[in-house]
Design a protein around this ligand. Structure first.
Ligand code: GUN
Length: 292
């Protein structure tokens, strides 16, 4: 069994990007500039956005944090987005989700200039992904593809079962694994909450990608020997013995399932750390596209 180490791989990627930024600077070129917009005081979102901005600083990108109060109206946010779209000094930006309930998320995502949409959430970019055109891939699925590639996991002709059909993980993952290329060329089954007899699929899967949010859902008796496991679940589970009062659990019963796996991502330290690295990679691509 081999661990797919997202912590180490994400550090490798950040070092590679930092080296490229140094070269850009040495050549007198403009370095990538990422902005992150956050509305309100969601604790987890503030943490994520904080580490996105910090990572930019670490690797030599310019970064801007746009922190707006909870009461921001949809119209005010749309005005801000128009400003970011028109800012020639900015290569890409993200609007951290979820947004407060009084703001229509779909309207906001549609307002983002697809050429600056480094999250890859705009329908134009989602369509380009499905059509195998150059685009910004959503960071979590992109991170999974990168792990599979760097660890040389064979995906061609394999049966990949994706659990969960969310717009930011399960659905794009099912498309990426079925695309031509390596990784890819997989035969994909996309399962979800209405799937009957899920075990029939998981027991016949060569690769399982879970993005469900149910701690330790996938057990050893649900998988076959040699399976590749990608665990996207991150759920806080109360644990009084831990100093934080909680522990982070994945969707997979790691102790049981890892004994039958050929490759497996741990939680934490698997898929999670990859997402920021891939957002940075998208921002670097945005800069390169804009300088062509
Ligand atoms: N909320 C949870 N994940 C993400 C992400 O990848 N991007 C944004 N913008 N918001 C998120």
């Amino acid at each position: 069994m081999q661990i797919l180490d997202g912590k180490k791989t994400s550090e490798d990627i950040k070092n590679e990007i930092a080296a490229e930024v140094q070269k850009m600077k040495a050549n007198g070129e403009k370095v990538p500039h990422l902005a992150a917009v956050i509305v309100g005081n969601n604790g987890a979102s503030l943490t994520y956005v904080g580490s996105k901005v910090r990572s930019c600083e670490q690797i030599g990108f310019d970064s801007t944090l746009v922190a707006l109060p909870e009461e921001t109206t949809e119209e005010q946010l749309l005005t801000k987005i128009k400003e970011l779209n028109e800012d020639d000094n900015l290569d890409g930006y993200i609007v951290q989700l979820p947004l407060p309930k009084h703001i229509d998320e779909e309207k906001i995502l549609l307002a983002i200039d697809p050429q600056k949409d480094v999250d890859g959430f705009h329908p134009t970019n989602f369509g380009r992904m499905a059509l195998e055109m150059e685009t910004f891939l959503p960071a979590t699925p992109f991170g999974i593809m990168e792990l599979l590639e760097r660890y040389k996991v064979e995906t061609s002709g394999k049966h990949t079962v994706v659990i969960g059909r969310s717009h930011i993980v399960g659905r794009p993952m099912s498309i990426l694994m079925s695309r031509k290329g390596n990784p890819g060329d997989s035969t994909v089954t996309l399962t979800h909450s209405r799937t009957k007899n899920l075990e029939e699929y998981t027991k016949n899967a060569d690769i399982i990608i879970t993005a469900l949010g149910v701690p330790e859902f996938l057990k050893a008796d649900m998988v076959k020997d040699g399976v590749v496991i990608i665990d996207v679940g991150i759920t806080r589970v109360e644990d009084a013995s831990n100093s934080k009062g909680y522990v982070i659990k994945g969707d997979v019963d790691f102790d049981g399932v890892s004994k039958k796996s050929s490759f497996i991502t741990p939680v934490p330290g698997g898929v999670g750390p990859m997402t920021i690295a891939m957002l940075l990679k998208n921002t670097l691509l945005a800069r390169k596209i804009r300088s062509r």
